[in-house]
Design a protein around this ligand. Structure first.
Ligand code: NAI
Length: 262
C-alpha cells in the first residue's frame, strides 16, 4: 500500500507494545500499526476481549503476541516488556493506554478506595510500564513511548477529581521521562483526547432523568466543534505520535479535542 512507502507512516518490522488493547483506542491502534507493518505485543485485563482482537489481527496476517495482564502490577508490566524482548528481540514503540473511566461524583464525595483505584490503574499502570520500557529502550539506544492522558490531564474536569489527578500525573511522568531519556534517543509524548465515543464513554451514566443522547449533547456543548470525537480521529493522532519520523518531538502533550483547549 502507498502508506507503507511513506516514512511518516511506515512501521514495517517495528515492535509495538500496547496496553488496554482489547477495546477502544488500544484495539484500533493495534490494527492501525499492524496494517502498517508493525509486530505487536498486546496486553489487557479483559482476556476474552483481547482474544477477539488477536483473532481479527491474525486474520490480516499481522504478527501478534498477547498477554492477559493487570497494568497496576509491576510484575505484569515487566512481563509484557520481556515478551517483546524475547519474541521480537526488542521494543521500538510502547503505548501506555490502559485506563479506567472516572466515576461521576463531586470532589467531596470521592472516597479513598476510588482515589486509590484511579491512581493504581491510571498512574501506576503507566509508571510501571514506562519504567521497564525505558530500561530496555535505554539499552537499545532508541525508543518511542506514547502515554494516553486526557483533557482531564491538562485542565480541570468537573466531577472527575481522582481521574483528573491521575491523568495530570501521566503528563508529569511523560515530561520527566522525556527530559531524562532524551540523551538516550528515547522520545516520550502524551495524547490528551476530549470525550470520544469508545466503549468507555458509551458506558458513562447520564444524569438522573437524562438520556444517553442528552448526556452526549451536554458533553459536546463545551467543544467548539459541538460534537464528541470519533475513536479513529484520536487513533490517527496516536499513529502520528508513534511515527519513527517524528524524531525531534518529545515531552509533548497533544490535545485531540475539537478545539476545546484552543
Ligand atoms: P476502553 O474502556 O474502551 O478501553 C480501555 C481498555 O483498558 C479496556 O480494554 C480495559 O479492559 C483495559 N484495562 C482497564 N484496566 C486495565 C488494567 N488494570 N490492566 C490492563 N488493562 C486494563 O476505553 P478507551 O476510551 O479506549 O480508553 C483508553 C484510554 O484513553 C484510557 O486511558 C482512557 O482514560 C483514555 N481516554 C479516553 C477518553 C475517551 O473519551 N474515550 C478521553 C480521554 C482519555
Amino acid at each position: 500500500a502507498e502508506f507503507q512507502r511513506d516514512p511518516l507512516l511506515d512501521f514495517t518490522g517495528k515492535v509495538a507494545l500496547i496496553t488496554g488493547a482489547a477495546s477502544g483506542f488500544g484495539a484500533l491502534l493495534a490494527e492501525a500499526l499492524g496494517r502498517r507493518g508493525a509486530r505487536l505485543v498486546l496486553g489487557d485485563i479483559n482476556e476474552d476481549g483481547l482474544h477477539a482482537v488477536v483473532d481479527k489481527l491474525t486474520a490480516q496476517d499481522i504478527e501478534v503476541q498477547a498477554v492477559t495482564c493487570d497494568v497496576s502490577s509491576e510484575t505484569d508490566c515487566a512481563a509484557m516488556v520481556a515478551l517483546a524482548r524475547e519474541n521480537f528481540g526488542g521494543l521500538d514503540i510502547a503505548v501506555n493506554n490502559a485506563g479506567i473511566a472516572p466515576p461521576q461524583v463531586h470532589f467531596e464525595e470521592v472516597d479513598e478506595e476510588t482515589f486509590d483505584r484511579q491512581h493504581s490503574v491510571n498512574v501506576k499502570g503507566v509508571f510501571f510500564g514506562m519504567k521497564h520500557q525505558l530500561k530496555l529502550m535505554r539499552g537499545q539506544k532508541h525508543g518511542i513511548i506514547l502515554n494516553v492522558s486526557s483533557m482531564a490531564g491538562i485542565g480541570g474536569a468537573p466531577k472527575a477529581a481522582a481521574y483528573a489527578g491521575a491523568k495530570h500525573s501521566v503528563v508529569g511522568l511523560t515530561r520527566t521521562a522525556a527530559v531524562e531519556y532524551a540523551r538516550h534517543n528515547v522520545r516520550v509524548n502524551a495524547i490528551c483526547p476530549f470525550f470520544t465515543l469508545t466503549p468507555m464513554v458509551a458506558g458513562l451514566t447520564p444524569p438522573p432523568g437524562a438520556s444517553v443522547e442528552q448526556l452526549h449533547g451536554l458533553l459536546s456543548a463545551g467543544c467548539p466543534m459541538k460534537r464528541l470525537g470519533e475513536p479513529e480521529e484520536v487513533v490517527n493522532a496516536m499513529v502520528m505520535l508513534c511515527s519513527p519520523a517524528l524524531t525531534y518531538v518529545t515531552g509533548q502533550t497533544l490535545a485531540v479535542d475539537g478545539g476545546v483547549s484552543a
